[in-house]
Design a protein around this ligand. Structure first.
Ligand SMILES: [Zn+2]
Length: 331
């Protein structure tokens, strides 16, 4: 049970849209948008408002004191359920969706409807998604499903088409920066860099800061430079990258390669994700061929997607870094 209900300034509009006409709610909503915007927290907040006996529809907010609110705060509301992977990064299994079907076919215990949040929805494996599709085709009465996804294209089109989509765009840069700088203890001077590295998603920027990612990134950049000039060993590099978390290293590399492509296409213009390392990236770019960079970018994205399945992280990283070291020596 997730109790992290919260609205951020940039998710307020979406929450209002969902709660404004509770008589005409669809059976399923797909909350779609980049990671790090607080979509699941918004779903949790909306679930509170929809369950509350005395909600403030305009805010929208719940009263916090009625029986529904108290049960939700305690994580024991019998009509609200979360479906999440048993372990982070693992799939949502068919058994979880089957259990959900049973839950949804019971009448609500105390509230007006049953609410389910599936997050992240793209973590459902094929069997689970097919099982969910049956629920979407014949939705049980008084039920509301939230599918939270930062990668909705990975959901079957049949599932997507049966949900009403609520899109969560990134907030404006100025809004995101102001929000980050207002956080107590957040290093304001790093806000711009962290936000760029986070692809404009404020909560992702906070996560990167809390994980000390800037120090890690320093190492990654040095590795990329060394391998790019024929120094360093891709295999030992890969082992180090794995210890930093394969996913975030590949995510960073993807952004770094996009920076190099931006430099190659318009050397004097454009904002780089690694804005503080522009000079070093310009030097590196001179050794590279733009066409090959595009191909390498594809290989990096593909490897990153493979991480969602049962992949050998070390092998994936080795493969990517060996490719990279060859690339830089080919021009
Ligand atoms: Zn209440």
């Amino acid at each position: 049970m997730n109790t992290g209900a919260r609205l951020y300034p940039w998710t307020l509009g979406q929450a209002r849209r969902i709660t404004q006409d509770t008589e005409r709610l669809p059976h399923a909503l797909l909350l779609a948008g980049p990671r790090g915007l607080g979509k699941a927290a918004c779903a949790a907040h909306v679930a509170q408002v929809l369950s509350c006996e005395h909600p403030d529809g305009a805010a929208p907010s719940s009263c916090g004191t009625c029986q529904n609110c108290r049960l939700l705060a305690a994580g024991t509301h019998p009509d609200v359920q979360w479906v999440v992977p048993a372990e982070e990064g693992k799939a949502i299994a068919i058994d979880q969706i089957r259990a959900l079907a049973q839950f949804l076919h019971l009448r609500p215990h105390i509230g007006q409807r049953k609410i389910v949040v599936i997050s992240p929805a793209e973590a459902m494996n094929t069997h689970a998604a097919n099982s969910l599709l049956k629920l979407l085709e014949e939705p049980p009465p008084d039920s509301l499903l939230f599918l939270v996804s930062s990668d909705p294209v990975r959901l079957p089109a049949t599932v997507r088409s049966r949900c009403q989509r609520v899109t969560f765009p990134r907030p404006a840069r100025s809004e995101a920066l102001a929000w980050l700088r207002a956080i107590e203890g957040f290093p304001g001077e790093q806000a711009e860099l962290l936000l760029e590295l986070a692809g404009g998603a404020p909560l992702q920027a906070v996560a990167l800061q809390q994980d000390g990612f800037l120090a890690v990134r320093g190492e990654l950049l040095e590795d990329i430079e060394a391998l790019g000039t024929g120094k360093g060993d891709p295999v030992s590099c890969a082992a180090r990258w794995k210890s930093h978390g394969a996913r975030r290293c590949l995510e960073w590399l993807e952004g770094g390669v996009m920076d190099l492509i931006r430099i190659g296409m318009a050397p004097a213009h454009g904002t780089l994700a690694n804005r503080d390392s522009s000079e070093r990236l310009h030097v590196l770019e001179k050794r590279l061929n733009l066409k090959q960079l595009f191909r390498f970018l594809e290989a990096v994205s593909e490897s990153r997607h493979l991480l969602d399945g049962p992949a050998d992280e070390l092998l994936l990283l080795e493969d990517v870094l060996i490719r990279w070291s060859r690339l830089a020596q080919q021009k």
